[in-house]
Design a protein around this ligand. Structure first.
Ligand code: ADP
Ligand code: ZN
Ligand code: ZN
Length: 742
């Protein structure tokens, strides 16, 4: 850390959790922290009628406010500033995403620190049986004490307080045993650093195949500099094994590795794979952690005690004392983009961060985003390849089958049903992929054509069977099933199309003897039910899996040899220019579930557009070929990643107010672009693809430019204009830099 700057300071410029893109001036508190006033210190300050937690950003000599108007900081919360790398990342993200710095810092802090708790959670209490206690003390009728005694007997190494209270045992029970001298407590470091016995690996690394060794050698070459790499490797080609061995090299130097995985990817199996390999602590950041646990991980990473940190999107904001590499697995995954507030992309921040630290960053995927592919083909990222699967069989090609004019059962064509039967007869498993939960996409009147629509959105309601209701998947509103058509009173209401529930039902009548696992958000609402189903599936009995993209990604399903895609047309002819890219990634990922182990796989893809050039290219030559073709098309159209884009989203329950603000903003930006001769374009306003959602009206204004600097200049003007505009206070708006969906 640099030595304390100015102390005593005259003015502290503080970032506060506020959408306003500015800092707030305060006088220092009477008691200075022991490090002196410095940027990066957390402070508690009066703000309006409340007190809030903010972060000192600058020290200044003067303020625009006169001295008697300035209020004083109530207290400094820490005696050391927040980690420098973390501060840098927040500033970078705020600037890049045109977001308020105060809001960004707030978002990036663990909840406990946001709330003003101290940063001291470096140790925690472990309880264990006292070595001198008798083997079987008599607890009489104190059954809770006996229970605690038994529990501690199972954990001779000791249990943290939280683990004990999680069993329903209270502090009171603990204290009673403590007084009896039966248990003892120890304060231990929250996350232990290095390997306990000296060796880094708990289990030996796999011998690599030639391709893997080449990739690893390329990574080893540049461990001490910024080295952005795209690892394009087919599903099951052993990317994870490469990550593990890269991490080994990093950890051997005493450095830390940060691994990002998609929301859906941080399964107990993934974690187990990392933990089995290493003797050093592998800390996971996931949604099930308590605030206290989250803070523990944050501090362990900031102090360097945690050597491997693995987490989803927000883990990119983990401070690292001694970073050695960043890995982004499934870098194309949509969950890396935050869709509200600070709309950051964790993959892009990972690259920026690696550049700041001067370390390698590996972006891995079987289906790279066009963004990363563009960088790799342009020579800005090192392009590494894994083309062969560890399990002999190449990934199956897609076989397109024509849905037009043909009778289906539960969404499936006769050919598909025949293939399902043959696979089950051979003792294998089948995955039926259908990207729609519920029974049917909608309920329709056969007499007049009425369809059940959401009263709050421009969308149809999905029909659910168990329990029977109509639900909107956009706003979550629900209503009961009508007995008759509200328009013509006909009783002939029919389910239109198929969702997972309907496919499950039909398949069950076709294959009454077969176990069917339905995997979607409805069937897995209960905690652990997904894990439990996966465990059963992995036992390998022949069965049918019917599922949405929850099943499509990441999971190793070694006994699945047939995949049926009920409808591949989601991305065709959609309004969003990225739809085909995302659709192709999904199809290739689903296809990758087939034939991962000893037997080869087959993938049947039902489509209404069997002649579509993109779909046929994907089927015949695979994702890589299609992605390169799509990239050409983007280049010709000047679309991202071959051009840059930002989106102003405006929404309000009042359609006129939303339209007026969007129009005025677009006009102001148009004028500014003309006056400053900035070569960027402003398009719109146009209604969002779903204009009315939850009774709010959504409009877009799009900014595009060939150079990023011009895009940022335009976006920055727009942000300032909106912040100064009184009408923008009555309408909700947000700026999205590099939007991923329209
Ligand atoms: P990916 O991450 O590319 O999908 P994985 O790393 O999960 O691939 O590897 C797929 C399977 O192949 C896993 O079961 C893994 O244990 C195995 N595997 C990977 N590399 C090797 C290797 N060098 N030798 C033997 N098996 C390997
Ligand atoms: Zn009707
Ligand atoms: Zn709705």
């Amino acid at each position: 850390m640099p030595t304390p700057a100015v102390s005593p300071a005259s003015i502290l410029r503080v970032a506060l959790p506020s959408p306003l893109r500015r800092l707030f001036d305060y006088l220092p508190a009477a008691r200075a922290p022991s490090c002196g006033w410095q940027p990066g210190l957390r402070v508690r300050v009066p703000f309006g009628h409340r007190e809030v937690v903010g972060v000192v950003i600058e020290l200044a000599d003067t303020s625009e406010l006169s001295h008697d108007k300035l209020r004083a900081v109530s207290e400094a919360l820490d005696d050391t500033p927040l980690p420098a790398d973390w501060q840098w990342l927040c500033r970078f993200a705020a600037r890049y995403y045109q977001h308020s710095l105060g809001d960004t810092l707030h978002h990036a802090l663990p909840a406990r620190l946001r709330q003003g708790f101290p940063m001291a959670g470096r140790t925690h209490t472990l309880w264990r049986r006292h070595p001198g206690a008798p083997e079987a003390p008599d607890f009489g009728r104190a059954t809770r004490q006996a229970e605690l005694w038994a529990l501690l007997g199972q954990h001779p190494g000791g249990l943290p307080t939280r683990a004990i209270t999680a069993h329903g045992l209270t502090h009171d029970v603990l204290n009673r045993l403590l007084h009896k001298g039966l248990v003892e407590r120890r304060e231990v470091e929250t996350a232990t650093a290095g390997p306990a016995g000296g060796s880094l690996l708990a289990t030996p690394a796999l011998p690599l195949n030639q391709e893997q060794s080449d990739v690893l050698a390329a990574l080893h070459e540049k461990l001490a500099e910024f080295h952005p790499c795209l690892l394009e490797g087919v599903t099951g080609s052993g990317k994870t094994e490469v990550y593990l061995q890269l991490i080994e090299a990093v950890a051997a130097k005493g450095q830390q590795a940060l691994v990002l995985v998609p929301e859906i990817g941080l399964t107990p199996q993934t974690l187990a794979r990392f933990r089995q390999r290493f003797n050093v602590a592998v800390l996971a950041l996931h949604s099930a952690l308590t605030d206290a646990e989250r803070l523990d991980v944050w501090e362990a990473a900031a102090s360097g005690r945690a050597r491997i940190i693995i987490g989803t999107r927000s883990a990119i904001f983990t401070p690292l004392a001694n970073p050695g590499a960043i890995i982004v697995d499934e870098e194309h995954d949509g969950s890396y983009k935050q869709q509200d507030g600070l709309r950051y992309h964790a993959r892009d921040l990972a690259v920026a961060r690696a550049h700041y630290h001067g370390i390698p960053v590996v972006l891995g995927s079987a289906t790279p985003s066009l963004e990363s592919l563009h960088q790799a083909l342009g020579g800005h990222y090192r392009h590494l390849h894994l083309t062969r699967r560890a399990s002999r069989h190449p990934p199956a090609r897609l076989e397109l089958i024509d849905l037009r004019h043909r009778r289906r059962q539960g969404g499936l064509l006769p050919d598909a049903i025949k293939a399902v039967k043959a696979t089950l007869d051979a003792g294998k498993q089948v995955l039926v992929f259908i990207n729609r939960r519920g029974f049917a996409p909608t309920l329709a009147c056969h007499a007049c054509g009425w369809m059940a629509e959401c009263h709050q959105c421009d969308a149809r309601m999905t029909l659910h069977r168990a329990p029977p209701l109509l639900a909107c998947h956009h706003c979550d509103s629900r209503r009961g099933l009508p007995d008759a058509c509200p328009d013509c009173q006909s009783g002939d209401l029919r389910a239109l199309g198929s969702g997972t529930e309907r496919s499950e039902e039909t398949l069950q009548t076709l294959f009454p003897e077969t176990v069917i696992h339905r995997i979607d958000r409805d069937s897995t609402r209960r905690k652990d039910s997904f894990e439990q189903a996966l465990r059963e599936i992995q036992r390998g009995e022949p069965c049918l899996l019917v599922g949405t993209q929850m099943l499509a990604k990441g999971h190793h399903l070694p006994h699945v040899t047939l995949v049926v895609v009920v409808n591949a047309d989601g991305g065709l002819y959609a309004a969003d220019f990225r739809a085909m890219e995302h659709n192709a990634q999904l199809l290739e990922q689903v296809a990758g579930r087939a034939g991962r182990a000893a037997d080869p796989g087959r993938v049947l893809v039902q489509t209404l557009h069997p002649d579509d050039p993109h779909l046929t290219l994907l089927a015949e030559r695979g994702y890589g070929a299609l992605a390169r073709e799509l990239l050409q098309e983007r280049r010709l159209a000047g679309l991202p990643p071959c051009g840059f884009m930002a989106l102003l989203r405006v929404e309000s329950p009042n359609a006129q107010a939303a339209t007026a603000l969007a129009r005025n903003a677009a006009a102001a930006l148009g004028d500014w672009l003309a006056q400053t001769a900035t070569r960027a374009r402003c398009l719109g306003p146009v209604p969002a693809p779903m204009e009315r959602r939850q009774n709010r009206y959504h409009l877009h204004v799009m900014i595009s430019a060939e150079r990023r600097s011009r895009l940022h200049a335009a976006a920055s003007f727009l942000a300032r204009w909106l912040e100064a505009s009184p009408e923008a206070r009555r309408v909700r708006w947000s700026l999205d830099i590099d939007p991923q969906t329209l």
